[in-house]
Ligand binder design. Structure first.
Ligand SMILES: O=C(O)c1ccccc1NCC(=O)[C@H](O)[C@H](O)COP(=O)(O)O
Length: 205
């Protein structure tokens, strides 16, 4: 089970995520979030992240040139686009050498399944609630009939307390999970004990 802890800002909780065995750590560059960080801060934080851990810059509705410049300045390995950006922008990021994550709501995913299934296969998919980072779960029932192919992540309101049940409800075939709010003590403030509990619960199936 691939586990990504998103919205990190502080050395101590970043270290807790790495220590707990997270496969990826995420940093929000989208403006207007309590988790927003700048590229210089992330570059500094990344000095404590060992190589196998993927480092993800999260963007939403930002110009692609700004995304490329910020991701390059920060030194992240992966870019996650969260604003329904065209798939060609993710293609461009891949050409520039970044791994890519395409975040879609369930409705957006089902539309793309009809409209451009080949585009869906080109980038790792992250299925999220309509409002990212809000800690709101979404109804995953439709995923049983239309499971994503290949590598994908489930997000949206996951917590140490609900992740096992949600994964079991999807038949135990979900390859990865992503969490932010569910490992915070208050909005925007990560909690080391919750991070550790989440990683353990996600891998308990
Ligand atoms: O965290 C934010 O505030 C945010 C803002 C804009 C775009 C994306 C954002 N977060 C993405 C994530 O943290 C996760 O990928 C995902 O949405 C899970 O969030 P949560 O439901 O809080 O666990």
């Amino acid at each position: 089970m691939f586990v990504k802890i998103c919205g990190l800002r502080e050395p101590a909780t970043l270290a807790a995520a790495v220590q707990a065995g997270a496969d990826a750590v995420g940093f929000v560059f989208a403006p207007g979030s309590p988790r927003t960080v700048d590229a210089g801060t992330v570059r500094q934080l990344l000095t404590a992240v060992p190589a196998p851990v993927q480092t993800v810059g999260v963007f939403r509705r930002q110009p692609i040139d700004e995304v490329l410049a910020t991701a390059t300045a920060a030194g992240v390995s992966t870019v996650q686009l969260h604003g329904g950006e065209p798939v060609t922008e993710l293609d461009r990021l891949k050409t520039a050498g970044f791994d890519t994550i395409r975040a879609l709501s369930l409705d957006e995913y089902l539309r793309e399944l009809d409209r451009d299934p080949a585009g869906l296969r080109r980038h790792r998919l992250l299925l999220d609630a309509p409002v990212p980072g809000a800690g709101e779960p979404f109804d995953t029932t439709a995923l049983r009939a239309h499971p994503p192919q290949g590598d994908w992540l489930l997000a949206g309101g996951l917590t140490p307390g609900n992740v096992s049940e949600l994964l079991a409800g999807l038949g135990g075939a979900t390859p990865g999970v992503d969490v932010s709010s569910g490992v915070e003590s208050t909005r925007g403030v990560k909690d080391a004990a919750l991070i550790e509990a989440f990683v353990a619960a996600a891998r308990a199936l």
